[in-house]
Design a protein around this ligand. Structure first.
Ligand code: 8NA
Ligand code: MG
Ligand code: MG
Ligand code: MG
Length: 353
């Protein structure tokens, strides 16, 4: 239960507190340190100066997935597609990706029949490789908590394919979902270190199977590196092992190796790295909390800060549980009560099945 809540609440905190920096090429560490310290300091939301940060498309779509799974008690692609489109129509100004909104319009026009079809027509038939499938998969990982692995992978792929039919778009979602799923299953003391190499070896093994499954990986015409996500995970492992030995990497170097943009390939492995990087101290930021360090680190990379922080913090929240997230940070986020309710509803659903 605590890990379920930690996952969805973590994703919300990353989105809400990362979004003020979205698109910034450089995020100066002192300014970010000050920003996070300010949110941690204000101990009561009753002050007039207390700021509540709005969530963006990341959370809007996460909410739709949670609602659909909870209410339908199964994956129903038509229902999920409808919720995406209606939610967008209700509140279009949540910072959606520039092209995904065409999918919503086409879904609606076809009355949600054939919910996988409009996404396939995106980008001249290549489909989107954006991180929009990955950024919203927290509830999928919770719903699939006890699922056999191949079923969880299929479910995640299908949830992503409603808007992201490119191999890189849906495989990014699968990697993010597997990372959360693994985080939910490991035993983790509140502030202790998890075994980074064991965590990454597990993901590398799973992801390399996903990426070499030729039957599934039809390529939409895009240029093909055989195992791009697995290769990135190996880089994450190499960087973290060097850092554990005292050789630290600059933000520029991390961005050059892993990326920080809106594509799934250049943001999901980055988020996994940030989730794990929070386990040890960060230069220019004083905090003993692995969760808060992950938030800081993810946003400090710049680029798609809300989405990278949201994905990183949902993994961290799933590792450490909601008690590791400072309550006051959550109070700064719109809809924090709703996200906890969804986590509890999904927990009950999983327990009943
Ligand atoms: P999407 O499917 O519209 O993709 C996002 C962008 O990725 C597109 O607009 C393209 O620029 C590019 N892209 C994706 N696939 C291809 C392709 N096959 N060929 C060429 N270009 C491609 O939306 P999404 O749901 O994946 O987007 C998620 C991101 O958008 C999140 O980071 C989210 O926070 C949001 N976002 C919003 C803003 C903003 O202006 N507020 C800025 C960045 C990201
Ligand atoms: Mg966003
Ligand atoms: Mg935004
Ligand atoms: Mg974003």
């Amino acid at each position: 239960m605590l890990k379920f809540r930690g996952c969805l609440a973590g994703g919300l905190v990353g989105d809400c507190l990362g979004s003020p920096f979205e698109g910034d090429i450089v995020v100066p560490k002192p300014a970010l340190q000050k920003f996070i310290a300010k949110q941690l300091e204000e101990q009561t939301e009753k002050l007039p100066s207390f700021q509540v940060f709005s969530y963006t498309d990341d959370t809007a779509m996460t909410k739709s997935i949670a609602q659909s799974l909870i209410e339908m008690k199964k994956f129903d692609p038509k229902d999920m597609a409808k919720r995406f489109a209606l939610e967008y129509n209700k509140e279009p100004k949540r910072g959606y990706g520039t092209n995904v909104v065409d999918v919503f319009a086409a879904l609606m026009l076809a009355n949600y029949e054939h919910p996988f079809e409009p996404a396939k027509r995106q980008f001249g038939g290549l489909g989107s490789y954006g991180n929009g499938g990955a950024m919203r998969c927290g509830p999928v990982a919770l719903y699939g908590y006890s699922m056999e692995q191949n079923r969880l992978i299929e479910l995640t792929r299908d949830c992503a394919r409603i808007t992201h039919s490119n191999l890189l778009g849906y495989n990014g979602a699968i990697l993010q979902c597997l990372a959360i799923n693994q985080a939910l299953h490991i035993h983790s003391p509140l502030k202790g270190l998890i075994d980074i190499n064991a965590f990454l070896n597990g993901l590398i093994e799973k992801m390399s199977k996903v990426e070499t499954d030729s039957e599934r990986n039809e390529n939409n015409g895009s240029e093909r590196i055989p195992t791009p996500f697995t290769d990135k995970l190996r880089k994450v492992k190499e960087i973290l092992n060097n850092e554990l030995k005292g050789t630290f990497y600059s933000v520029d170097k991390i961005v050059a190796i892993l990326g920080n943009d809106i594509s799934a390939l250049k943001s999901v492995p980055t988020a996994i790295y940030a989730a794990l990087r929070g386990q040890f101290p960060i230069d220019g930021f004083e905090s003993n909390s692995p969760f808060v360090r992950t938030l800081f680190f993810a946003v400090s990379l710049g680029g798609d800060t809300d989405t990278i922080a949201s994905m990183a913090c949902s993994i961290s929240g799933a590792i450490y549980g909601i008690d590791a997230i400072p309550r006051i940070l959550l109070k700064h986020c719109e809809s924090n009560d709703v996200m906890e309710k969804y986590a509890d509803d999904l927990y009950r659903l999983v327990r009943c099945n």
